[in-house]
Design a protein around this ligand. Structure first.
Ligand code: ADP
Ligand code: MG
Length: 246
């Protein structure tokens, strides 16, 4: 699973730039002037404990929450005031925490829901998704509830791919899954990354996520406390003590 952490290219422009955004829920300030960058072809992980602000950051990038200050720029265009719908059309997607699969709908209907932004390419995208996840084809008429937790996570990723994204954001994909299943989820993210997708991941499972990602940011109560290549974060004494159980 080890990734090459030297991939970050100084020559390329970032695909995504988050510049000093602040986000509040009423009087709770969840993000305090957060800045991150994601370059094309990277896997970047946001590491942080419960309540650190990971979900808020991903939802603010997608456009679910509007920052009170700061900017979000995707492929050179400012998107922090754009609608979710527009941002999905522009190439962003979010696989939400808890996966957001519709349990009482079939696998196929779940996938088709992901295609509503991009109906023109629906058949092509469906064929591609079935190639990556053959079990989804075999079980396309099955009700999503009957899938295992890991399979539902894969369905949620597959559904996101139906919108033809450039940047896939995934919120805590490993939550509640057995270690061996977590490995296969991260393997899929690495495969998708090699196919050309850029990935921004939020995780509490720091060790596995850093082994999958090229770079990471550590989020602590709404601020970035540390960032760098995964190999450096894996060896950082503070990260080891706080997140790697060392
Ligand atoms: N809908 C909400 N209303 C009020 N406070 C919220 C809401 N969602 C998150 N928060 C608060 O914002 C902070 C960041 O939460 P969140 O982004 O969910 O963190 P994480 O995803 O890292 O667990 C926490 O203090 C949390 O309690
Ligand atoms: Mg969260």
């Amino acid at each position: 699973m080890e990734q090459n952490s030297t991939l970050v290219s100084g020559e390329k422009a970032p695909m995504l730039t988050v510049e000093e955004i602040s986000v509040s829920y009423g009087h709770i300030q969840a993000l305090k002037k957060i800045s991150i960058e994601v370059y094309p072809q990277e896997i970047v992980v946001l590491i942080g404990a419960n309540g650190a602000g990971k979900t808020t950051l991903l939802s603010s990038i997608l456009g679910v929450k509007t920052p009170s200050s700061g900017k979000v720029v995707f492929e050179g265009k400012r998107i922090d005031k754009a609608s979710v719908d527009r941002n999905v059309r522009a190439g962003l997607c979010l696989v939400p925490e808890g996966r957001g699969v519709f349990a009482s709908m079939s696998v196929l209907d779940n996938l088709l829901l992901g295609a509503h932004h991009n109906l023109a390419n629906k058949d092509k995208n469906l064929a591609r998704v079935y190639e990556w996840f053959p079990f989804l084809y075999k079980r396309k008429d099955q009700i999503a509830r009957t899938l295992s937790g890991g399979e539902r996570q894969m369905l949620a990723i597959a559904r996101a791919l139906m919108s033809d994204p450039k940047l896939i954001m995934i919120d805590e994909p490993s939550l509640g899954l057995a270690p061996i299943i977590v490995n296969s989820i991260f393997d899929i993210l690495i495969t998708l990354n090699r196919e050309g997708y850029t990935v921004l991941l939020a995780e509490q499972n720091a060790f596995k996520a850093l082994n999958c990602a090229h770079r990471g940011y550590v989020l602590e109560t709404g601020t970035i406390s540390l960032s760098g290549p995964s190999s450096r974060l894996l060896n950082d004494p503070g990260v080891k003590a706080a997140y790697l159980g060392a």
